[in-house]
Design a protein around this ligand. Sequence first.
Ligand code: 5GP
Length: 216
Amino acid sequence: MWQNRVRRQGSIIVISGPSGVGKGSVIDLLCQQDENLVKSISATTRTPRPHEIDGVDYHFVSVSKFKNLISRSGLVEWTQYGENYYGTLRSMVESTTASGKDLILEIDVDGVIQLRELGIEGTFVFILPPSTEVLANRLRGRGTESQTEIDHRLARARTEVYFAKDYDFWVINADNQIGQTVSEILQVIYTERHRIDQVILKQIYDVFDAIIPENR
Ligand code: 5GP
């Protein structure tokens, strides 16, 4: 089959949205439903939450280790969020995309601005809550942040929504509708996988050269 001879490079899929919008659960479901999706594991200086596992949810590192990663260009992008640093590991981006899988980055708008400035291509998806009230309730219900931290995250949500302009797609994660959210994002991802780029085009030409050389 000629299809087996055309192999795309993996790409980056960026998922952002206000804290509490449900990005983590959406990304876990996306990865369960498509074996060609891999979740990026960021480095952070934040303290792990009770259920979080080092190397699975984040690579939890010290501030000095994080600064060391920055100085040796080990991060594609990074940000300071509240008191903590977060960044995407260059090694993870390179190895996953080279293997032909798509890497999902759960990063904030600061990170997206950096990726856009660097001209890094990808599919940028912004997840919205159905309303600010729902967002506030979800943050309180999570019970993992102090009231001060919740207030900070809600204030930041207002700023972040403004940056929806830097994304390609928007999706609303309504209460009890996560399946719908996931299927909408999968549709976007499947469409993007069929975009013609130079890598694919060369492979298509190579295959058809062999079969119908007189048409070139
Ligand atoms: P949390 O503390 O809730 O896990 O994450 C706080 C915020 O940091 C979220 O908005 C999340 O998207 C963002 N974040 C997590 N990892 C990264 C990263 O590697 N880079 C950037 N720019 N933001 C990140």
